[in-house]
Design a protein. Sequence first.
Length: 293
Amino acid sequence: MSEKQTVLEVKNLTVSFYTKAGKLTAVNGINFDLHAGETLAIVGESGCGKSVTSMAIMRLLDEKTSEIAPTSSVKLKGEELTKLSNKEMSKIRGNAISMVFQDSLTSLNPTLTIMSQMVEPFMRHQGMKRKEAEKQAVEMLRKVGIPNPEVRAKQYPHELSGGMRQRVIIAMALSCKPAVLICDEPTTALDVTIQAQVLRMVNDLKKDLDTAVIFITHDMGVVAEMADRVMVMYGGNSVEKGSCYDLFTNPLHPYTKGLLASIPKINDNSRLFTIKGTVPSLKDMLCGADGQE
């Protein structure tokens, strides 16, 4: 079987923030490649740099308070994103690369109907007329499993359940068939049943569209279900990378072993394992090499 096309190449991604305490490095020299139809899970506890990594790739960080190091490289199908202007990036975001955020209620405009928000990617990036865009929007809502999409499209976000809103966000993100989809904790606020449905839907759509997925999570159960490869982050560093199978069967880094040991087990009433200590402050960054494949 021929190897899939590399759609995203991240090299030495380093992100710093300007604070009252000085310039602090939140992401320190991250490296990974992503192939078409592949899911890379980025895992770690809160504050480890997962979301900052994704926001830097999308160029959504405030340039007045943050900096992507000049030595950093983020290439989407060979095009260097770190050198593009905001105007050039706006043509890529939501088109060639899209993102699904954690909170669906704040991701959608409460004053606009679902249809009004759904048609924007089609009209902006694909040049469709309003009527054609509305038809495509209804079809995308149907594809992500929303019942009566013609009716739901006319409603406002608060009229939909959390699960339905998250499906709308995913439908919007996939409307232009992006090469890369970034999912930042997209199921955290959902109950277990709805979470399973959303995860299954993302997997099915990924296969249909051959989209590469970056799935950001702290849930190792989700990692096991979704990921082909995994990158573990701690204190802004990548401490271990490898296939999902290798990571679960033979973890190498102590932090990875701690994460796996913290997973609750059915029929095990013993005390839940916890990792001692706290994530280091950005003022006290750790030294260490990037994890090996």
